[in-house]
Design a protein around this ligand. Structure first.
Ligand SMILES: [Fe+2]
Ligand SMILES: [Fe+2]
Length: 315
């Protein structure tokens, strides 16, 4: 059975709400959404939501409701039209920020996130009003011919789309929703398991974030090659190194941030140990710098290996 006009319009709302959810999650991450997600979101908002969905209502539903006695001015229709206009104004403010973000300017992230929340805050409320109040109001005054008129109008607006079909735009919305849900497999691990796993590595780890603040070290309850206490957490890494080596730390971090180095390594003798110290830039899947990982490993037992062992020995 073909869908009723109100179901068709609510399908648009539902597809859009999935975009909102995925983008909200993505904006909650410290590094924000992937630029490609933002680009798709803006195209979806501008071309499909504003350029097509709102037009189905403005050009077909609202005028027909007015003809059936619901006042165009001073009533719910005026509120809906006013909200579409507010929406367009917010979208216009969002566009240059989104363009800058997509072009690689991460400094606009907070401003973009603010405008995004303004946009979805207004629209979530708007969709709710339409679904629960305005459409039922129209259903009460429409006859079958009115319903047919709005369905035809919906098809006409979709035929005017300069890019894609409704199905294409739903696929874009679905792609954004999926991108927002895709998470690293470590999200399936409980924190306690992840912590125990890191402490089981035969390598000691420390991590400083993108602002050079120490955030983590492993093997807290174990004997460590370089003992550390919790007091370092939250301190700048530059304050945790002897003054003589701070220039080296800064050089490594600057190279990592600029994408000019993939590793910095050192090895030193400490009694019987050969301590291998390596620094790696940590990046997200889009290549953005998240911080620096230090690994410390006693490689003397590895260097001493000769020949082969292919059988399990006694524990
Ligand atoms: Fe609307
Ligand atoms: Fe709507």
């Amino acid at each position: 059975m073909s869908r009723a006009w109100n179901e068709l319009l609510m399908d648009d709302h539902q597809a859009t709400e999935r975009v909102f959810d995925a983008m909200e999650k993505a904006f909650d991450r410290p590094q924000g959404p992937a630029p490609a997600m933002v680009a798709d979101m803006m195209r979806y908002f501008a071309i499909y939501l504003d350029g097509c969905h709102h037009k189905k209502e403005e050009n077909w539903l609202f005028p027909r409701m007015a003809e059936r006695g619901i006042p165009m001015h001073g009533g719910p229709l005026a509120v809906m039209i006013g909200e579409h206009e507010q929406n367009r104004a917010i979208l216009q403010r969002m566009q240059p920020l989104a363009d800058a973000f997509v072009a690689g300017d991460a400094s606009v992230l907070e401003a973009l996130k603010g405008v995004f929340h303004e946009y979805i805050g207004l629209l979530k409320d708007h969709f709710w009003k339409e679904n629960d109040i305005l459409y039922p109001m129209a259903l009460r005054v429409f006859d079958a011919a009115d319903a047919r008129h709005v369905i035809d109008g919906i098809a006409q607006e979709e035929a005017k789309l300069t890019q894609g079909t409704r199905a294409d735009w739903y696929a874009v919305a679905e792609g954004i929703a999926r991108a927002g849900d895709v998470r690293n497999l470590s999200f399936n691990l409980d924190h306690a398991v992840l912590g125990a796993l890191l402490d089981t590595l035969p390598i000691e780890l420390s991590f400083v974030d993108q602002d050079d603040t120490v955030r983590y070290f492993s093997h807290e309850a174990h004997d460590k090659i370089f003992p550390r206490s919790r007091a370092v957490i939250g301190r700048k890494v530059q304050d945790c190194h002897p003054a003589g080596s701070v220039h080296l730390v800064n050089r490594i971090l600057a190279d990592f941030k600029a994408g000019q180095r993939q590793v910095a390594e050192f090895w030193i003798d400490m009694g019987p140990r050969k301590v291998h110290i390596r620094y790696f830039p940590v990046r997200d899947p889009e290549g953005r710098y998240l911080g620096c990982l230090e690994t410390v490993q006693d490689i003397a037992p590895i260097q001493a290996l000769t020949g082969q062992r292919r059988l399990l020995t006694e524990a």
